[in-house]
Design a protein around this ligand. Structure first.
Ligand code: G3I
Length: 337
């Protein structure tokens, strides 16, 4: 994939999330990442809980191993993530009633992590999933359950972007969000609409935000219909019209355990169509999947959710890490065929 993408008139990053264990222990996994992908996102190892497990203790070894692997193989790194309401260790949650302390921890965390990786990270998910999930919360707006939001209000977003930009001005700074692929302008509570209004406020305050990352976690089979590629194209355009870049950041297409030939073909066609949407927007910087092989779906979020192995089958390589129809569909899209 990567060599074909590099030959495009406008090369884009073709990426995958990676986990440190298989990267260090499974040679086929490592070889596939190195040969197929031009960008990696650490799936978990840069999250607060893992990289800053105790006060004043930063545990960089795992994330460093990914960054070193990437540099040795000339792969760009997409950093994930600095400000998220999940993966927060207990010692931080324990301070929740002390906004001054939470703010100080937040600043120290961002300064330390981005200084450590300065010059080595092409793009950062500075803020992850800041918009409320209406399936989980009563009201629209920003995610009120975030300890960062509770301590600083919306300003936590400004603080995070400004800090990262001052430390590593070359890095492209993103908000990464799920469930925002389809903008419904008639519904003020539509998650994407909330994000759009947030971005306009940030721009008005001159916050250095460069892009919006669309996760595109989708489901197929068992009556599930993923967002249409046309809807995603329209949404991306709304954001690129604001002068921002966009990217597909975490795509997977769960088949819910049903692996019939027609469903695998539909999955392949859908991957191809979403990649085509990115390639067609001149401001779409890249296309990444959330992992690449069904072999490690036991490490993946789909299995964490259900406790079942092989729940997803949602990636372009199968359980033996061999290319699926989805892989060949992505390749043919890059080749323009
Ligand atoms: O590695 C530890 C292990 O040492 C420990 O014993 C065990 C007990 O809980 O946990 C293991 O860590 C788990 C980790 O995955 C690695 O398997 C965490 O508990 C578990 O919470 C974590 O889940 C991750 C989830 O985010 C929450 O951070 C998933 O792997 C990861 O795929 C998922 O990724 C998110 C993106 O960051 C943001 N967008 C949505 C996406 C899917 O939910």
């Amino acid at each position: 994939l990567r060599s074909t993408a590099n030959l495009l008139p406008r090369p884009i990053h073709i990426g995958t999330a990676v986990a440190v264990n298989p990267l260090m222990t499974d040679t086929l996994y490592a070889r596939t990442v190195a040969s197929q992908y031009s960008m990696v996102t650490p799936e978990n190892d840069m999250k607060f809980q893992f990289i800053h497990p105790q006060p004043n203790i930063y545990a960089f070894a795992e994330a460093d191993a990914i960054v070193d692997f990437a540099r040795q193989n000339k792969i760009a790194v997409h950093g994930h993530t600095l400000a998220w309401h999940e993966a927060i260790p207990q010692w931080v949650s324990a301070m929740e009633n002390d906004p001054a302390k939470i703010t100080a921890i937040f600043r120290d965390h961002i300064i330390t992590v981005t200084s450590h990786y300065k010059g080595k990270i092409t793009e950062w998910d500075v803020v992850n999933e800041p918009v409320r999930d209406l399936n989980m919360d009563e009201n629209a707006g920003l995610r009120g359950s975030s300890p960062w939001f509770k301590a600083m209000g919306e300003e936590y977003i400004d603080i995070a972007f400004n800090l990262v930009h001052n430390i590593d001005p070359a890095a492209k700074l993103y908000i990464n969000e799920y469930g925002v692929e389809e903008l419904d302008e008639t519904d003020p509570d539509n998650k994407c609409n909330v994000l759009y209004r947030l971005v306009k406020r940030l721009q008005k305050r001159h916050v250095p935000i460069h892009g919006i990352a669309f996760q595109v976690h989708e489901d197929m089979g068992k009556g599930k219909t993923p967002v249409t590629p046309d809807a995603l194209a329209r949404t991306m355009k709304k954001f690129t019209d604001l002068g921002l870049e966009v990217r597909v950041s975490e795509m997977d297409v769960s088949l819910h355990g049903t692996e019939t030939a027609p469903l695998l073909s539909r999955q392949a066609a859908y991957y191809k169509a979403i990649l085509a949407v990115c390639m067609a927007n001149p401001k779409c910087s890249g296309f990444s999947t959330w992992g690449f092989t069904d072999r490690y779906s036991s490490l993946g979020w789909r299995d964490n959710e259900t406790g079942k192995v092989n729940y997803g089958n949602g990636l372009p390589f199968d359980e033996r890490s061999q290319p699926k129809e989805a892989y060949y569909a992505l390749l043919s899209q890059l080749k323009g065929s």
